[in-house]
Write a protein that binds this ligand. Structure first.
Ligand code: MG
Length: 321
């Protein structure tokens, strides 16, 4: 199959910054790519590297892809490219081949359909706002708290306050982004191990401490995030929860198949993509919710600006970019 390859770059600013213990996200940059087959089928993809330092590498590699290319040659060529480029090309090919058929709407924008990120500077007041909204809708909601941003004793005091204020209708995810040592991680695991509100501790230890993570997972559910990006083979090996980011994986079709085959303990997460990449997030999230271990995704819905980049129709985004 012969293809025409086109790309356009984008930039946008999140509506508010997102802090974690390792980095701050505010400005996002990347590329939308478009593949057109000789029988005029179209597939879109998005190159959205999480780390800013990967942008240069991606730019260089994207410039190496010719405008007219045969599908086999393209698939061979991208094998050594950045995972985000592979993800974008494989996504677009999956769309052309009908391996994924998107719906017009997924209805994932209600507060009970996505985890809500607490502002680390205003955890308790954020929690109170969420509780008010929750009592209006009368459904269970999920909150996510990024830790290892303050001194541990301060965060343990906040944890105590959170636990005293939440009832069974609030689920809690705690994400250390790999910044705790074992001592602190075990303390938190001990505090939380019998708590019914906790979904999981996310990446409590650094990406490489797999022995520590495996041991902690016996005490309390542990979700791997950054470890999966560094060691993708863990996707087939890790027995606990997995935070999966379709735009950061070589081939999101693998993730699609896992969810179609009802693999458990997968949670979908945004990497702040535009409406193009978001189609995969929504599609995979809706499959996840029909699976054996339904949990809302981390879609950061309230972080995106009002822009054509977040329209539901891929073609409109492409045409306006
Ligand atoms: Mg995480």
């Amino acid at each position: 199959m012969n293809l025409i390859f086109k790309k356009k770059s984008y930039n946008f600013k999140l509506s508010t910054k997102v802090n974690n213990s390792k980095t701050t996200y505010l400005k996002r940059s990347g590329w939308i790519i478009k593949l057109t087959s000789n029988d005029k089928q179209i597939g879109f993809g998005e190159v959205s590297p999480l780390l800013e330092e990967d942008l240069k590498k991606c730019a260089k590699q994207l410039n190496m892809i010719p405008e007219y290319v045969e599908v086999f040659n393209l698939s061979e060529q991208i094998n050594i490219f950045h995972p985000c480029i592979q993800s974008a090309i494989n996504s677009a090919l999956a769309e052309i081949n009908g391996k994924i058929i998107f719906k017009d709407n997924y209805y994932l924008d209600e507060i009970d359909k996505t985890a809500i990120l607490l502002n680390p500077e205003n955890v308790i007041s954020d929690l109170n706002d969420i509780k008010k909204k929750q009592s209006n809708i009368g459904k269970s909601v999920t909150i996510k708290w990024k830790v290892a941003l303050k001194k541990n004793h301060e965060e343990e005091a906040i944890l105590e306050e959170i636990l005293s204020q939440i009832d069974n209708n609030i689920k809690l995810r705690i994400d250390a982004n790999g910044s705790w040592g074992r001592k602190i991680a075990y303390r938190w695991a001990d505090i939380l191990k019998d708590n019914n509100n906790i979904d999981w501790l996310e990446q409590p230890l650094c990406v490489d401490d797999l022995d520590g993570l495996t041991d902690l997972n016996k005490k309390i559910p542990i979700a791997l995030d950054e470890s999966l990006l560094k060691f993708p083979t863990l996707i087939d090996e890790w027995k606990g929860w997995q935070i999966r980011r379709p735009s950061q994986e070589n081939n999101p079709v693998k993730l699609l198949r896992e969810l179609q085959n009802k693999k458990a303990l997968i949670s979908i997460s945004t990497s702040f993509e535009t409406g193009i990449g978001r189609r995969w997030l929504y599609h995979l999230s809706s499959l996840q919710l029909q699976g054996p271990t339904p949990k809302v995704s981390g879609l950061a819905m309230n972080k995106f600006p009002n822009s054509f980049l977040f329209l539901n129709e891929a073609k409109k985004i492409w045409d306006q970019l």
